[in-house]
Design a protein around this ligand. Sequence first.
Ligand code: CO
Length: 132
Amino acid sequence: MIGKLNHVAIATPDLEKASALYRDTLGAKVSKPEAQPEHGVTTVFVELPGSKVELLAPLGENSPIANFLKRNPEGGVHHLCFEVADIGLARDTLKAKGARVLGDVKLGAHGKPVLFLHPKDFGGVLIELEQA
Ligand code: CO
């Protein structure tokens, strides 16, 4: 069911420092920070051949990554995002297999429908599915 790895998301308390690591130390192409108020994060995209890394820093009061950064003050891998062809079908199939879907399908940071799966059902890893 899952296809391409769309991105790996890394939460960081310091977006400039994280950007500098990928840009200057690892030599990747790194975008400018982009505020995503409706998602409670500021994002930086690290462009890689065929995939990307997304650096996420909290934005505003109720950022969805605030608790993660409380538990991991240095930051760390927050989620993996895989592409699926049909998000509604993926949701229904996963629910039928007993996986917990967090909330419902919504529009993600790339304007495409996404959903999240409970990390307790996936070996401690938060998984995002994005309709390609
Ligand atoms: Co994501």
